[in-house]
Write a protein that binds this ligand. Sequence first.
Ligand SMILES: [Fe+2]
Ligand SMILES: [Fe+2]
Length: 134
Amino acid sequence: MDLFTWKKDLDLGVSAMDREHRELVAAMNAIHALHAEGAPKAKVDAAFVRLMTLTKQHFADEEKHMVAIAFPGLKVHARIHADMLGKVAAHYQRFQKGDGYLPPEFFDFLVLWLGAHIQGIDRKYAEHRAPAKI
Ligand SMILES: [Fe+2]
Ligand SMILES: [Fe+2]
C-alpha cells in the first residue's frame, strides 16, 4: 500500500509546483514500497538520493516562483525549506550508517511534510498568486 495517496485538495493550482509535488509523493512512495518489500539497501539508498535531489530542485524552483510573484512570505518559507533539507539529510545519514532499516519516524516525517507543508505552508503562496474571489 502506498504511503501517501495524492488527493485533489493537495493541488495548489500552480501547475509546475503541482507537478513537482506529485513527483515528490511518487518518490516517497517508491522508498516506502522498496523498504516494505525488503529491497537491498543499495536500492533504497538510490530511491532516497532521488527524493533528496527532487526535493532540493523543488525547493529551489518554489523559491524562484515566490520571487517571481513577489510573495512577501518568501524569507520565512525559505527558512522552513532549509530546515526540512537538514532534517532529510539527518535521516539519510542515520540510514546510511545503519543496516538499511528506516524507522517509522522517518515515514511519519514524510507524511507530515506533505500534510503540513504542501497543504498548509505552500498553499500560502498559491493563494497570494490567486486570491479567492469574494
Ligand atoms: Fe512545495
Ligand atoms: Fe514549500
